[in-house]
Write a protein that binds this ligand. Structure first.
Ligand code: FAD
Length: 309
């Protein structure tokens, strides 16, 4: 009978683990605490003036250097759910029509359940059980991959000290994202602005699903120092900075704080428990971007496959 694997997290790392295990003939289920698939590849839907708008308040684009991920991208382009973004070398890509649609298409044959928050993973005989925050037991898995950000993953690993050790070794930058629209779209507006080499608090700003839907991200230094501050204070500071560049007034605005945004220093150590078929995956083990999270998910799938085959 095919092995049953539970994957925690429907970000790109969880999805790549699931796709790879499925290709080995394993039966996988992904569960995630969020309302939507994608984790930090996120899309916020907001109706403004009776029109639906999509903000990308997490990852803005992805790049590809490995054969496997280039294949994902060429399949997405062929099937019209990935498009090139801007005119960069190396090339950058986005989900089409939204970032979420990239993941929805990639995972359309996978079993995924959202709105389930996992609180514990525990071995029982030769199976692994998982407990959610409503007290439900997800019983009888042959293996588990947990692909949630390292500090949250740490809290699930009480029974797996070797993984706990790995999950203590690195760190993340925070990021503060302001989603906004202009009252009047400024003349000659581009699709994105990179502020990283400029002074000030902004790092990056780019449009979403239409030219008047924007997300501004604060730079790493400002984010790490300020993510705990009052949301209204942060909104005012970011809006003030935006107004220095674009004279137009801001109309709609909404703030999102990512405590664990981009990997600052990679985590190292064991990726699979030495005794039990429990593995960890995510950008934190590989590098601070979507492709690295994808690679890490693949690696976890191989580790589980080798342990259970
Ligand atoms: C603001 C921002 C901008 C970025 N910009 C870029 C960019 O332009 N290009 C790029 O390549 N990368 C970018 N990144 C980084 C990129 O988004 C991440 O590297 C990548 O998406 C991480 O994927 P992941 O699967 O490892 O983790 P995640 O996407 O974080 O997925 C983890 C999932 O676990 C779920 N989860 C957490 N706890 C539990 C629990 N207890 N039970 C169940 N589920 C749980 C979460 O809901 C989440 O869906 C950016 C990130 C941020 C935040």
């Amino acid at each position: 009978m095919s092995k049953k694997i539970l994957i925690i997290g429907s970000g790109i790392a969880g999805i790549s683990s699931s796709l790879k295990l499925k290709s080995f003939g394993f039966n996988t289920t992904i569960i995630d605490k969020g309302n939507f698939i994608g984790g930090r590849i996120s899309t916020r839907e907001v109706t403004i003036d009776r029109k639906l708008n999509f903000f990308y308040h997490g990852a803005q684009f992805f790049t590809a250097k490995t054969k496997d991920f280039k294949k994902i991208i060429s399949t997405g382009i062929k099937n019209n759910y990935i498009k090139e973004f801007g005119n960069f070398t190396p090339k950058r890509y986005r989900g089409h029509r939204t970032m979420r649609e990239f993941l929805l298409n990639l995972s359309n044959e996978l079993q995924i359940q959202q709105k389930v928050k996992i609180t514990q993973i525990k071995p029982l005989g030769n199976k692994i059980n998982v407990l959610d925050d409503k007290g439900n037991d997800w019983e009888g898995y042959d293996g588990v991959i947990s692909s949630i950000p390292a500090p949250q993953n740490y809290n699930l690993m009480k029974n797996f000290p070797s993984l706990k050790k790995t999950l203590k070794t690195g760190s993340y930058h925070a990021c503060i994202a302001l989603m906004f629209t202009f009252d009047k779209v400024p003349f000659d507006l581009k699709t994105h602005y990179d502020f990283n080499k400029k002074s000030g608090i902004l790092g990056w700003m780019a449009s979403g699903s239409n030219p008047n839907v924007w997300t501004a991200h604060t730079n790493e230094e400002y984010s790490d120092l300020n993510y705990c501050k009052d949301k209204n204070f942060l909104k005012e500071e970011i809006m003030f900075s935006i107004k220095l560049f674009f004279r137009s007034k801001i109309k709609f605005h909404s703030l999102h704080i990512w405590r664990y945004a981009k990997v600052k220093s990679k985590y190292s150590g064991l990726q699979i428990d030495p005794t039990y078929p429990v593995a960890i995956a995510g950008d934190f083990l590989q590098g601070p971007n979507i492709e690295d999270a994808f690679i890490s998910g693949n690696k976890a799938a191989y580790l589980i496959f080798d342990r259970l085959k």
